[in-house]
Design a protein around this ligand. Structure first.
Ligand SMILES: [Zn+2]
Length: 262
C-alpha cells in the first residue's frame, strides 16, 4: 500500500512538473549586425539616444548578439558613413558585452548573402567566411561560437548541410525547424532611417507583442526574437521587455534557451 501511495505521489509530481514545463514562458532576445558602439553605448550629440547596454542592464536582461566578424578586427569603429563614432572600437564594445554577461554568436565575417555568394565565389569561400567569423569571435571569447545566423536567413540546402557538418547550429525562420526554436522576424530593420514607411503599425513594440500573442494562442510560449542593433529598436525595447515581463515571460540567453526549449 505504502509503495503504491509513493508511486502515485511520484506520478502526480511528474504530471505537475510536465505542466509547469509546458507553461514555461521564455524569450531569447537577439540582436544582429553589431557590435555597433553608438547603439550599445548611446550617443549624446547631435541626436541624443540612450544606449542598449544600459537599458538591458536596468531591465536585468541578458541577450545574445550575432556579430559581423569584420567588426572584430583591430581599429574598427563601424561604418564611418552611417555610424556615429563614439570613440569606442567594436572590439571594446564586444568586450563590454561579454563583461555584462551577454552572449556573442556568429553572423558570418563579411555579412554577404550566402546563397548569392556561393554562386559568385563558390561554396568554399562561403564556408571560409563563416569559419573566419567564428575565429575572430573565439579569439575574443575563448570559445567557438555554436550558433550561426546567415544574413537574411538565406542559404542553399547544400550550404546548410555542409555548415551543420562543421558543427554550426543554423538559425532560421523556415519551417524545417520546430516553431519554438525558429527565429521570429520582428521586422525592426523596416523602422530604421529617417522616413521609415514600412515600419510595423501602430509601432514596432506593439507589432512584436502582437506576434507573441498569436503564438500564445497557438500554445507556443517560447520565442526567439530577432532584432538588429539599431537606435530605433532600442527606443522601442523598454516597452517590449516591460510588457512581456508583465505577462510572465523570463528573458534568457540563446544558449540557455536552447537547453530549456526542445
Ligand atoms: Zn544581418
Amino acid at each position: 500500500m505504502n509503495a503504491l501511495r509513493r508511486i502515485s505521489s511520484v506520478l502526480i509530481l511528474l504530471i505537475f512538473a510536465t505542466q509547469l514545463h509546458a507553461a514555461e514562458k521564455l524569450i531569447a532576445l537577439t540582436f544582429d549586425d553589431g557590435p555597433r558602439p553608438y547603439v550599445l553605448f548611446g550617443t549624446k550629440d547631435p541626436q541624443p539616444a540612450p544606449g542598449l547596454l544600459a537599458l538591458l542592464d536596468r531591465q536585468q536582461v541578458k541577450a545574445t548578439f550575432f556579430v559581423m566578424g569584420w567588426r572584430l578586427t583591430p581599429k574598427t569603429w563601424g561604418e564611418g558613413r552611417y555610424e556615429t563614432n563614439v570613440g569606442i572600437t567594436c572590439i571594446d564594445a564586444a568586450k563590454q558585452l561579454l563583461k555584462d554577461g551577454h552572449e556573442i554568436e556568429n553572423h558570418t565575417f563579411g555579412h554577404e548573402d550566402l546563397r548569392i555568394a556561393e554562386k559568385k565565389k563558390g561554396e568554399a569561400w562561403v564556408l571560409a567566411d563563416v569559419d573566419k567569423g567564428a575565429k575572430v569571435i573565439e579569439a575574443l571569447t575563448g570559445s567557438r561560437p555554436k550558433y550561426l545566423r546567415p544574413p537574411d536567413w538565406d542559404l542553399t540546402s547544400e550550404e546548410r548541410h555542409d555548415l551543420e557538418a562543421r558543427g554550426y547550429h543554423i538559425m532560421t525562420i523556415a519551417s524545417e525547424n520546430p516553431i519554438a526554436v525558429r527565429d521570429i522576424n520582428t521586422l525592426d530593420y523596416l523602422c530604421a532611417g529617417k522616413h521609415p514607411t514600412q515600419c510595423p503599425k501602430p509601432s514596432l513594440a506593439q507589432a512584436v507583442l502582437k506576434q507573441i500573442d498569436v503564438r500564445e494562442r497557438h500554445g507556443v510560449t517560447t520565442d526567439i526574437l530577432t532584432f538588429h542593433e539599431l537606435t530605433t529598436t532600442t527606443a522601442q525595447l523598454d516597452e517590449v521587455i516591460t510588457a512581456l515581463k508583465g505577462r510572465g515571460y523570463k528573458f534568457v540567453r540563446l544558449d540557455e534557451y536552447m537547453q530549456r526549449v526542445k
